[in-house]
Design a protein around this ligand. Structure first.
Ligand code: WTA
Length: 639
């Protein structure tokens, strides 16, 4: 079946920053003369000292090095706040919509943002935080999370945001991993169930180095215990502190943030993004992909704990002087109309969410959206996982009323910003395809075995990128060798994405999902190895193997095969206990959807678990198990 091509409407084309001709021209220029192209694009930022060097990048294994605008200096907070003050000081920078629909939304102007961030930055300074120090942010979706990020950027501290749904153990591993001086958190987050970041942080601190301090934001005012000398309330620390904090002059290649993400092996890795290239790329992609114009109200429903929240709630929109909405709640509270009510209430123009949310809301019926006025919408976006055509059509018909372009944005924590995406007004869409590369991005499809570049238009293989772009990650925190091994060793000379993909006759890209041991559960990235090591840490478990399987709402679910210790009885109670155990070890998003007791796991003679076979069993595809002859004990598959 040839998928239907959705052409942008005349209105969309007329309004767009780029139409098809402009896209073709700019893309061609970005390929023929990357230096010239990015020298020009870098100017969308304010530089303290302008750059002469533009691009110095090398993908050669053993000497991988990525530098953009290297001799320029700037400050990210200055670019996201101060430079807008003269022209838009009274414009809303952040709209905050609280969890409780009856509670009043906040409109924070650029002027107010400047003052909040300046004060916050001065507090961090009084706590001893200096340029280059690390600060962990473990916060619910409140404006102070954005203030904290920008305050770090202002003084040159490197932030590492940890998703508030992660467990105390996961938090302490990250605090220790980047050797953070301060952890910023909040007393409680309203919601169902209510959530207490401060209590989690207290537990995490049992395993954090002596001397780490905690800065606590008051959200609900619920009772929390403050440890004398270690914990500080933000509002007390801010008392009498000036809101004037000079922005530190940073080199373009100074680190802006570390964000831990899951890989196929071992513990999560600290993805490092730097200052100049990252911000230029986040700003440019935000402007073009969402066709953002002055005065638009833009809403990305992600959490600031993920890269989407970094680039497309905070840095991209604010660098563009935009109005960005931050939402504390969930799509289904008080009912399944909440997203659409918020769109109506704040007259949202661009709305950006994940396929898993669309599928969940689709399951609740069309009536929830129908009662809302969605006429303000101009662009709809999706991110995080492949979107199935049914969900795409529903989004298009029920939310966009067939008149709003959908941008399906493929990218990763590692890429900093959008890599393959349609642009409203420029690129006709096909449901389920991320379409064409962004400016400066050179995708290649490789043969997974030989690594050869598949030159034909219509091909299928693994997705790699042939040359650097400014938003690319620079290294893994403290482990440059792992960075090279993970992304540059398998296919020499390319950045390997870990995704499979197909290119169709029109040159459109279709992401087929991860080809490694990373799974994507409700758009949250998880390493199967992390879940396995949590399971085997339980005293009843001897061995565990975890794979993803197709899940109607979540995209992928977590399927765990567990072999118990000799003599331990496989009961439903134990199953529940293990589910709770993984929840506590990693966080609620890692709870297995299905635990299957396995008397043994299929292994090769060298002892490697045959995940391919386990995946097939989890998918209920018993007929295509493939070759099982290399198994040490073929009988275990039968079992
Ligand atoms: C997947 C999220 C298909 C992909 C920004 C990638 C997608 C991983 C899409 C990165 C999309 C993201 N279509 N798959 N539009 N967007 N992915 O690091 O497998 O949390 O490698 O970054 O999500 O997840 P991450």
């Amino acid at each position: 079946m040839t998928p239907q091509l959705h052409e942008p409407s005349k209105d969309t084309v007329a309004r767009a920053h780029a139409d098809r001709a402009a896209y073709d021209r700019m893309y061609a220029q970005s390929m023929q003369d990357p230096e010239g192209f990015w020298a020009e694009q870098g100017k969308r930022l304010d530089w303290i000292k302008p750059y002469d060097k533009v691009k110095e990048t090398d993908f050669t294994l053993g000497q991988v090095s990525i530098k953009w605008f290297e001799d320029g200096t700037l400050n990210v907070a200055q670019n996201c706040i101060d430079r807008h003050l003269a022209t838009r000081g009274t414009q809303t920078a952040i709209i905050w919509e609280p969890d409780d629909p009856q509670a009043e939304a906040q409109h924070i102007t650029y002027q107010q943002l400047h003052s909040h961030v300046g004060k916050f930055a001065n507090v961090l300074k009084t706590m001893g935080v200096r340029k280059g120090d690390r600060v962990v942010i473990y916060m619910p979706m409140i404006p102070q999370a954005a203030y904290a990020m920008l305050a770090c950027a202002r003084i040159g501290a490197i932030h590492s945001v940890v998703f508030a749904g992660f467990s105390p153990d996961a938090l302490s591993a990250r605090v220790t991993g980047c050797d953070a001086k301060v952890v910023i958190t909040a007393d409680e987050a309203p919601g169902r169930p209510q959530h207490a970041p401060k209590t989690n942080a207290d537990k995490a601190f049992e395993k954090c180095p002596e001397g780490t301090q905690m800065l606590v934001v008051k959200r609900t005012g619920g009772a929390v215990e403050m440890v004398e000398g270690r914990d500080h309330w933000l509002h007390e620390m801010e008392d009498g502190v000036s809101d004037d904090c000079p922005a530190e002059e940073m080199g373009a290649e100074d680190e802006l943030f570390i964000l831990y993400t899951s890989g196929s092996t071992g513990q999560p890795k600290g993805v490092v993004h730097t200052t100049g290239g990252y911000l230029a790329y986040a700003a440019m992609t935000h402007r073009y992909t969402f066709d953002y114009h002055d005065g638009d109200v833009y809403w990305c429903t992600a959490d600031v704990g993920w890269v989407t929240g970094h680039s497309y709630i905070v840095y991209g929109p604010l660098a563009n002087g935009g109005t960005t909405l931050m939402f504390e709640g969930v799509p289904t509270y008080p009912d399944a109309s909440r997203f659409w009510k918020v769109c109506e209430k704040h007259k949202v123009n661009q709305f950006y969410t994940a396929p898993t949310a669309i599928r969940a809301l689709m399951g609740k019926g069309e009536q929830w959206a129908e009662s809302c006025d969605l006429s303000s919408l101009k662009v709809l976006g999706t991110v995080g996982e492949p979107i199935n055509p049914e969900a795409w059509e529903w989004y298009d018909r029920v939310i966009g009323k067939g008149r709003v372009p959908i941008v399906d944005t493929w990218w990763q924590t590692e890429t900093g910003g959008h890599m393959i995406t349609s642009l409203p007004g420029a690129i006709a869409t096909k449901p389920g395809s991320a379409t064409l590369p962004f400016f400066g991005v050179k995708p290649v499809v490789l043969d997974p075995q030989s690594g050869a570049v598949l030159e034909a238009t219509e091909v299928e293989g693994v997705l790699a990128i042939a040359d650097s772009w400014p938003g690319q990650m620079r290294t893994i925190w403290g482990d440059h060798d792992r960075f090279e091994q993970t992304y540059f060793s398998q296919y020499k000379g390319f950045y390997f994405s870990g995704d499979g993909c197909r290119r169709d006759a029109d040159g459109y890209y279709w992401i087929t999902g991860r080809v490694d041991d990373v799974i994507n559960v409700s758009g949250h990235r998880m390493g199967t190895a992390e879940v396995e090591s949590a399971l085997v840490a339980h005293k009843a478990v001897s061995e565990a193997a975890v794979v993803g399987y197709p899940h109607e709402i979540k995209g992928q679910g977590i399927y765990a095969y567990v072999t118990l210790m000799e003599g331990v009885e496989a009961t439903d109670e134990l199953r529940r206990e293990l589910e709770g155990w993984v929840r506590r070890e990693i966080g609620p998003i890692a709870k297995p959807d299905c635990i299957q007791w396995a008397p043994g796991l299929p292994k090769t003679r060298s002892g490697k678990i045959m995940r391919r076979i386990l995946r097939k069993i989890a998918e209920n595809d018993h007929d295509s198990l493939g070759d099982t002859s290399t198994l040490a004990e073929p009988q275990v598959v039968e079992d």
